[in-house]
Design a protein around this ligand. Structure first.
Ligand SMILES: O=C(O)CCC(=O)C(=O)O
Ligand SMILES: [Fe+2]
Length: 220
């Protein structure tokens, strides 16, 4: 499941992150934190280990752990790592798969919290390779894309302005993507069923989940 989450950080937190990330002395070569294959393809800047960067990262982590949709979709056991990244004109990150294990912890989900206004830069879409084809994402500032760490993905070259993002990885309590999606649908159905207005959508989700659980578990 690939999920877009809107307004993950409030406008003041977003402003604080953007202000911190405007300081170029905060950044160093991003290739340092990539595996050997990804390193050949990675051309970006990443925040070094400064007090300013760790304060910003803590803000992102806090916002995620307070976001019910994120918690329901990712079911985090742990947020394994968060990095702040900046792509200036000409920078990109070629196709790669993220490390399966980071600091001894399995990575199940990857996320990008977009932090620059999409009108302020050209290029820089996050492109994810799915069996049905590629999908490109360039979300508004403050929105987050959550996707399985199993995918091949890349960041297209930036051709104007600068792309700011916080990227990270989650070790989930639910290892399997399909099982996580079933549980997410059930959470959503429960939320919708609580409100009178959402009845039709709720029934669709409950029926979808019933059929998909049957499809997984019926043995004929
Ligand atoms: O910046 C992004 O949207 C994704 C970056 C990425 O793929 C990575 O850091 O592994
Ligand atoms: Fe990646």
């Amino acid at each position: 499941m690939i999920l877009q989450l809107g307004e993950v950080v409030s406008a003041p937190v977003r402003g604080a992150l953007q202000a911190a990330m405007a300081k170029s002395e905060m950044f160093e070569d991003g290739a340092k934190t990539a595996g050997w294959r990804a390193r050949e393809r990675k051309n970006n800047l990443q925040a070094g280990k400064t007090a300013l960067a760790s304060g910003a990262i803590k803000k992102v982590e806090k916002a995620l752990l307070e976001n019910t949709l994120f918690l329901s979709a990712a079911r985090p056991k742990e947020i394994v790592r968060i990095l702040l990244s900046r792509y200036e004109v000409g920078m990109h990150y070629g196709a790669h798969v993220d490390d399966a294990v980071m600091a001894g912890r399995r990575t199940d989900l990857s996320f990008t919290l977009f932090l620059a206004d999409p009108e302020s830069y050209d290029g820089g879409a996050l492109v994810i390779d799915r069996t049905e084809g590629e999908r490109a994402f360039k979300l508004p500032a403050g929105h987050l894309l959550l996707y399985p760490s199993t995918t091949l993905h890349r960041v297209e070259p930036v051709t104007r302005g600068s792309r700011l993002a916080a990227v990270g990885w989650v070790r989930s309590l639910i290892r399997d993507d399909a099982q996580r999606e079933l549980l997410f649908d059930l959470d959503q159905a429960a939320v919708l069923l609580r409100s009178e207005a959402g009845r039709d959508a709720a029934i669709d989700l409950v029926l979808k989940t019933r059929s998909n659980l049957l499809r997984r578990w019926v043995d004929d």
